[in-house]
Design a binder for this molecule. Sequence first.
Ligand code: CUA
Length: 362
Amino acid sequence: MLMVIVLLVMVVGSLLFHFIAPWHALPLASNWRDMDKTLTITFVITGIFFVVLNGFLAYTLLRFRRGQGERPAYQPTNHKLERWLTIVTAIGIAALLAPGLSVYADYVRPPSHAMEVEVLGNQWQWRYRFPGPDGKLGRSDARFISASNPFGLDPDDPAGNDDPLIEGSELRLPQDRPVKMLLRSIDVLHDFYVPQFRARMNMVPGQVSSFWFTPTVAGRFEAMCAQLCGVGHANMRGAVVVLPGAAFDAWIKAQPSRSAPAQADASSPVDVGMALAKSKACVACHSVDGSPGVGPSWKGLFGKTETFADGSQAKVDLAFLMQEIKEPQSRVVKGFPPVMPKSELTEAELAALAAYIESLAK
Ligand code: CUA
């Protein structure tokens, strides 16, 4: 009897939780209403099976309970019943799979006029590239990646010269225009995911995966990495800002490209370093306010004496910082995991970052 009550409480509780729990999907902001419909179909089918199977279990426990109920008959085979169960299960599984397969087929088949956007992921940051005025994304390859070519553009392909290059985690897209996302990773598995767009896709090193969507609502949406990609995974966050078409066109024209690089920054090294810390995603692991993170906080770091895993010590000065950023694995500070990725930085960028960290000494 107790098991019957437990089963019924579980079934009723699950249904109530589904309908009255405060956690619901964020409002849809893309064309993918079909994703939501597919999810509803899955919920309905699995929900019906869940209620029916547990209800049947509760019924048999009650009806055939020891000593009081009817005695069950031993029936090792029942071909008629097996046939029906096979048919009903097959229909249920087909109904679960078919809508998903059909939506997925649309999801990876973009309209021919969709604008291509490349997303480049690495531990633990995002970069984006658009086709330039020629409408073509230049060829790229991981072997071309360097400090001065973080996207790995093929130096021999002129189509890449005018591609707007977006450093930093914020992507801007035009409202109501379909975009085809091309996803690359240069180290491990990542996954570009924007919940409101109902759109996501794994980013697999060595291949370009793709999907498409049309942003339908202007605004700012959080983009996140949806594959566990190391200790900095939780900090691998970005944003997609959806703008009215004209505002987007004005913005994209102002973005740097290989043929029109960003103007050399006339501001102080500290400001350059601060901008780098953001665009290279250092701040994902190193706080600047003393709060704990994956790596040491930069607040008050400069001038401190650090102890390394091997017990040796050194005072944190500019040379120390530049060396640690350049070769993060050569000496690991005690108490921190040896996970800092190597960044492709020029000497000037290294010096600017170190100067920024120095400015946080107090
Ligand atoms: Cu990248 Cu998780």
